[in-house]
Design a protein around this ligand. Structure first.
Ligand code: ADP
Ligand code: ZN
Ligand code: ZN
Length: 817
């Protein structure tokens, strides 16, 4: 098609696309889904062509596209459709939706290649018989033969020369005879130096080791095996010089090894345990297969208690999908989980790294872009990833799995504010695929649909091999205090439990839901707490970094020596976070091997792998962490899980507080006793009588569901109604109030039976990232009424010149802060 105008979505917070002219020489390559460079105001921006346009908007001069970045459009037609739907449903700026879908813009070293397709090969072969098919010119025919002679691959530049020009190649591509690919080069193939313990040739010969040498020996010989040099230095804290000396003394040996992603050390020696499915798993899997047989869209909910072997069902479902020539996405709620599932997938679906791609935000931009293009080029047919992997550019999608579908991390809390699970369902619908949601504690919304018959419900009622669920006990912190008069976050019971673990040589997980050292810094003299300069939230003290940080906007402050308000010296740090807890555990259990996993200690893929790998390998006794430890992990030797406080999530001003608490506690309880050893869970709380805690202790989902549904019905909350949160914001308080007043001119007369409108009121987080915030809360039993009203509100804003950036719509909000 040779259109001369197109609509481009740009990463700007505006709800429109922009029309550009396509210059003659770019008409072959500018396709819907292509990324293009365009002039915008005084800048150049990268956008995506959404579609071709018939007419230019009047009264503005149409500018021209500068450059087409992809010869193969980055986005498939289905993804363009999905983006448009998301923009409509979440009332989000279309350009921002596309930005969330696209790979990071990095200077990847790419090589554009021309590859012969099977059809092209046939054509080339029949040519040698003297026929000219497809209306090929002689030059084109000669080109196909040459390409075939070069094993079917040529660089684009050479190919264009041979075929005549780039347009000739594009013609051949349209005929399906060749494919043009962006082949992303791997990162430079570097070698790395690996250090190993050298077994003594004569075991009788006793060598006496210095303390540091002993440490290296334990690590390399028993805990981890051979390690790359930098990692060894980091884990032991020894100097390079010592390593060199030990090499000279013959205690260590070393060699060079390629740093090849296909040989991820995390995968080394990993074999998938081959399990026969048990009867319940078999039933669930047959239902999935039956759904595939129908060959049409459908949603299944796999409700299985923790440790019931859901992963096994997922993997078979993926295998079945691949066998049918289709592709699959597995979404998980935490980066850490992509490592486990990615590894299992690689082991199942090919020993090589090929075929499975992993996408999450702890990858470097280069790695992420490389993975993304492997998927786009069809080299990877299974994608494992976190939220945004729902946009993985797979073609011929057959299955999307959403593991732990109830998790909040699927909701993106910045524009576009989409929910990964809901988008997964929609994408499955657009592609005629199956969505398989899995959970031990489904969200109320999802379970409600399953009971209504909108989703098909599959159930796993017991743990594999008839292992029993962990026993859950409550530690009443009021009693603990009365007995001990201590305010340690580790109660006497929890302390004793950990002690038992250490004595038995098993492992313990300790969960705390805040990171940092102390989450409040308070003046004892005047009562002022140190607040973020940009947000109405208190600063968190990070001891190792020796500074205060705001967890909302990331700003930092020096640790105050005196109160900034009254200059008193009595500055007091309170509210223990994970960093503090780790320190305390070190003090209380001096010999134990302890590590911490939270967003401060795990920023890169390597850091995750090191800590999780060490724990799984038994090189650690206690792992402390935030809720990223609560989900999905299958550690076989964990016999104790301690929850430092169940209350912090219960006391949030949020109608989902009970649901979250129940889910978190049940998930956590699921981490204990997964192997042959029985598990025990200790939950510390000040409100042991709350139903969320009571039902979590019994691990009774059905009971919790009934009680919570009752509450939601009474209060007209989801799943009985749809919600939307509209935030009006501005750095100037006066303006924010002004916009909110103006907007209420639209909302106030429309508050009624169909849609209830509350507000404007100051948002619970009244100031965030320097902006003052007011909110309207909208509730309606009919989602369509809500959407209609909101899109009317946005038009109203445009008409009244309330800036689009000042109004933020959060459809189906998870947090009302
Ligand atoms: P879930 O995700 O439901 O909590 P997992 O999928 O992690 O549970 O499985 C728990 C454990 O049970 C894993 O170690 C897995 O290898 C094992 N497992 C799965 N299916 C079977 C089976 N049929 N027989 C024995 N063990 C199994
Ligand atoms: Zn003070
Ligand atoms: Zn802040």
């Amino acid at each position: 098609m040779n259109a001369s105008l197109c609509n481009v979505a740009l990463p700007v917070p505006l709800r429109t696309t922009f029309t550009y002219a396509i210059p003659e020489y770019l008409r072959d390559s500018a396709q819907p889904g292509s990324r293009v460079l365009v002039p915008f105001r005084k800048k150049s921006l990268v956008g995506v062509i959404v579609d071709f346009a018939d007419n230019a908007p009047q009264a503005t001069k149409v500018r021209e596209i500068t450059k087409v970045l992809d010869l193969v459009p980055a986005l498939t037609p289905k993804l363009i459709e999905l983006a448009q739907w998301i923009a409509g449903y979440y009332l989000a700026p279309i350009g921002e939706v596309f930005r969330a879908m696209l790979p990071p813009l990095t200077e990847l070293k790419t090589q554009r290649q021309v590859v012969l397709t099977p059809a092209g090969r046939n054509a080339a072969e029949s040519l040698s018989g003297g026929e000219l098919s497809h209306g090929l010119s002689t030059q084109e025919a000669n080109f196909l033969e040459k390409l075939k002679g070069k094993k079917g691959v040529l660089s684009f530049a050479v190919a264009a020369q041979l075929a005549g020009n780039a347009a000739a190649l594009q013609r051949l591509q349209r005929l399906g005879l060749i494919e043009i690919r962006e082949n992303v080069q791997g990162m430079k193939r570097k070698m790395q130096r690996v250090i190993a313990w050298k077994a003594s040739p004569n075991p009788e010969l006793e060598i006496s080791l210095a303390e540091k040498e002993e440490k290296v020996c334990t690590l390399l010989q028993t805990e981890r095996g051979p390690l790359p040099l930098p990692q060894l230095l980091k884990l032991t804290g020894i100097s390079r010089a010592l390593v060199e000396r030990m090499l000279r003394d013959g205690l260590l040996e070393s060699w060079e090894e390629p740093l090849d992603p296909a040989e991820d050390p995390f995968d080394a020696g990993y074999e998938v345990p081959a399990h026969e499915l048990n009867a319940e798993q078999e039933n669930a899997f047959s239902a999935v297969r039956a759904r595939f047989e129908l060959g049409e869209f459908g949603v299944l909910l796999l409700h299985g208690v923790t440790g019931s072997g859901k992963t096994e069902v997922y993997l078979r479902a993926v295998q079945e999908t691949l066998a049918r020539g289709k592709t699959a996405i597995i979404l998980v709620p935490e980066i850490a989980l992509t490592l486990w599932i990615g590894r299992q997938c690689r082991a199942w679906f090919g020993a090589r790294f090929e075929g499975v791609a992993v996408l999450h935000s702890a990858l470097s931009d280069v790695e992420r872009a490389r993975e993304w293009w492997r998927v786009r080029n069809g080299e990877a047919r299974v994608v494992v990833g976190t939220r945004s992997a729902v946009f993985a550019p797979l073609q011929n999608l057959g299955l999307i799995i959403v593991d732990e579908e109830q998790e909040n991390s699927y909701k993106q809390e910045e524009t576009p504010r989409y929910h990964g699970r809901d988008v997964a369902i929609l994408r499955a619908k657009l592609e005629g695929a199956t969505a398989l949601l899995g959970s031990a504690t489904p969200s109320l919304e999802t379970y409600h649909h399953a009971r209504n018959g909108k989703y098909e419900l599959l159930t796993l009622t017991s743990r594999v091999e008839n292992r029993s669920l962990a026993s859950v006990e409550i530690v009443d912190l009021r009693e603990d205090f009365q007995q001990t008069h201590q305010t340690s976050p580790i109660s006497a019971n929890l302390h004793a439990g950990i002690q038992e673990c250490l004595a038995a040589g098993t492992q313990a997980l300790v969960l705390i839901n805040r990171r940092g050292y102390s989450w409040s810094v308070l003046c004892r003299s005047c009562g002022a707490s140190v607040q973020c300069a940009n947000c109405s939230i208190s600063m968190t003290y990070h001891k190792s970094r020796n500074r205060l940080e705001c967890h909302y906007c990331g700003s930092v402050q020096r640790v105050p020596k005196e109160c900034p308000k009254c200059q008193s010296k009595y500055v007091y740090f309170f509210g223990e976070g994970s960093e503090h807890l780790e320190e305390r555990l070190h003090k209380e259990f001096p010999g134990a091997r302890i590590a911490r996993l939270d967003r401060d200690t795990a920023r890169t893929k390597r850091q995750y792998q090191e800590t999780l790998g060490a724990f799984a390998a038994g090189a650690l006794d206690i792992l402390v962490g935030t809720q990223m430890l609560a989900k999905g992990h299958d550690f076989q030797r964990v016999t104790l899980v301690g929850v430092v406080s169940a209350d912090s999530s219960l006391s949030l001003p949020d109608f989902r507080a009970a649901e979250r608490t129940f889910q978190l506690l049940t998930q956590v309880a699921g981490r204990a006793g997964r192997g042959e050893l029985p598990g025990r869970v200790l939950i510390q709380t000040y409100y042991p009588e709350h139903y969320a805690i009571q039902d979590a202790v019994k691990q009774d989902y059905a009971s919790f569901f009934e009680r919570e549904m009752h509450f939601r019905r009474m209060m007209a909350y989801p799943p009985f109604t749809s919600l939307a949160n509209v935030i009006v914001r501005d750095t100037s308080l006066e303006k924010a109030i002004g916009w909110a007043r103006k907007l209420s001119e639209y909302f106030a007369p429309r508050d009624g039976k169909d849609v209830r409108i509350l507000g404007p009121a100051a948002a619970p987080l009244a100031r965030l990232k320097k902006e003052h915030r007011f909110q309207f809360l909208l509730k309606s039993p009919k989602r369509s009424a809500l959407t209609k009203l909101l899109s009317g509100a946005l038009s109203f804003c445009d008409a009244k010149e309330i800036p689009q950036t000042a109004v933020l719509v959060d459809m189906d909000p998870l947090s009302l802060l």
